[in-house]
Ligand binder design. Sequence first.
Ligand SMILES: NC(=O)c1ccc[n+]([C@@H]2O[C@H](COP(=O)([O-])OP(=O)(O)OC[C@H]3O[C@@H](n4cnc5c(N)ncnc54)[C@H](O)[C@@H]3O)[C@@H](O)[C@H]2O)c1
Length: 215
Amino acid sequence: MKNRENIPRATIERLPLYYRCLDKMDTFEEVEVVSSKDLGGKLDIPSTQVRKDLSYYGEFGRRGVGYNVNELKRSVGKILGVDRTWEAILVGAGNLGRALVNYGSFAMMGFKITNVFDNDLNKIGNVINTLEVKSIQELPKVVQKNEIKLGVISVPAEAAQEVADEMVDAGVKAIWNFAPTRLYVPDGIEVRNEDLAVGIVSLIYHLSWQEETGE
Ligand SMILES: NC(=O)c1ccc[n+]([C@@H]2O[C@H](COP(=O)([O-])OP(=O)(O)OC[C@H]3O[C@@H](n4cnc5c(N)ncnc54)[C@H](O)[C@@H]3O)[C@@H](O)[C@H]2O)c1
């Protein structure tokens, strides 16, 4: 495998797409072998790109034959770290937080929200998908006891930095942030911002451009 630092971010971001597609083929479609052309075709990614992405991590498949779907799924799963389950905490048991906790398909990606926190006394004690909402004050104890490395932020933007600081102080190493604000974290802490508004605004941009130009 090449040095991880030299692997393009775009390649890393395509790996979950390969993994999900391979998992579907393996689990539901019982496909045994797939070519880079067919795998790429399902994802709108050129076969040359598929081969290049995978080549960063080693030699997979056989020329002229293709990839064994189950083997490649397991290899990509291992590279991604989804061959095990990563426990996560979520802070912010509001509309979005509830939707995330209720979403069942994260398990396939090796991710499981096991603790939910809020600071609203009306929410603490409520149950979301079998998880009782805990007071934010319990966060350090729970994170340390369970050695949880992953945190999800679904609080309003103005509370997000404070929550991120609390997570980092407790030992969280990677944050999935849904609040539309930039977070400042120490070196070595990974943040992934999920700004849903950016997606919809780019769609609206295209619609308004079409209306203006008639294209
Ligand atoms: N709802 C959506 O579809 C959606 C979509 C995109 C982005 N977002 C973003 O996600 C975040 C949450 O949105 P929402 O609609 O779920 O809001 P919400 O008001 O329904 O929920 C926010 C929750 O965070 C809790 N909270 C606030 N400050 C806290 C703190 N310091 N510690 C612990 N808990 C705290 C609140 O008590 C509340 O339960 C916002 O930043 C929003 O911009 C939401």
